[in-house]
Design a protein around this ligand. Sequence first.
Ligand code: RNT
Ligand code: ZN
Length: 416
Amino acid sequence: MKEDLILKSYEIAKERYAALGVDTDKAIARLEQTPISLHCWQTDDVVGFERNQALSGGIQTTGNYPGRARNIAEVRKDLEFVKTLLAGPQRVNLHEIYGDFGGKFVDRDQVDASYFQSWIDWAKDNGFKLDFNSTSFSHPKSGDLSLANPDPAIRNFWIEHTKRCRRIADVMGKAQNDPCIMNIWVHDGSKDLTVKRKYYRELLAAALDEILAEKLPGMKSCVEAKLFGIGLESYTVGSMDFYEGYCATRKVMYTLDTGHYEQTENVSDKVASLLLFVPELMLHVSRPVRWDSDHVTIMNDQTADLFKEIVRADALDRAHIGLDYFDASINRIGAYVIGTRATQKCVLSALLEPLALLRKYEENGQGFERLALLEEAKTLPFGAVFDYFNLKNGVAVGEEFIGKIQQYEKEVTSKR
Ligand code: RNT
Ligand code: ZN
């Protein structure tokens, strides 16, 4: 794309926004400080390196597009390539099953930071910081209940696993001089009706209390609520209400996955409530289609509104952004780039909102003016600012990344 054209368009856009009291350079600078955590599991359909078996336990990938990463070297190579197509900082979000086990079977209650040293080194060499997740799915002991299992042997196995994962995250965070965010999501639930709803939730709360008791300054923990798991449709132990109460009383970071709500629910409206009661948010930016389907994130109203609410709450510093979808039906690298850029577009568009003026209208009771400006803001030259952000950071502008991904497919992923 013609560089001078992008620069010219940006100058015009900058003036249009300035007239509404918005500083586009400042918005870009803020976006450049906003890391997006790439979920490693999009490279390989959430298989990992523990037993090389298809995913099981409440979630599922669909599609069989060729080119899945089959080993640690391919996962890393794909992530390195993805990074070349993205402006701004990225982190990499690992699951425990992506450890560097060197062909050895390491059970979940045996894992330690030594299996992640090569990830720590790789991340440092490639300018990534790491986030982490314990893994309760895809294991013979996963069953329907892990941390909330009434059988103490199974429950303690998962408690031990999760404690070990927190220590791994602590090592990662110390190595990178920045807290590693560790997410805890368990699929625990019931396919059919249960008459012991409260009991399992008591078990989960007690398990989490035990897990989170250890002070680990290099990491931060977050816990993720869910509507339902596949095969566990009637009851979810870690429901929204459960985790809202848990995080508010324990002062723990809440993971808000945009796929985990009723389809007609307005997820963005949760932000300004949660932020009053929980210390921080971890966002799993995803796209539900009819259900929690984990389609590739796009710039739609739900995602745009989510970031608007975060910026309006002045909480970009209290919200950690990660992606969480697994689409195996299209080029997987393309899925990353589309989702990350869409998320960045939503953050940027939120930062470019003429908020001061909108708020002035609201304070004056000028409802017409507020609505009019909200509508007009939608067609401000936002694309010119996003293009400039990419140009400035030396990455593909606009649709240019399509050809680059096609080339990588031809040279790399199609040969797998
Ligand atoms: C599942 C949760 C969870 C997972 C990852 C793989 O519904 O969203 O975050 O997607 O842990
Ligand atoms: Zn999630």
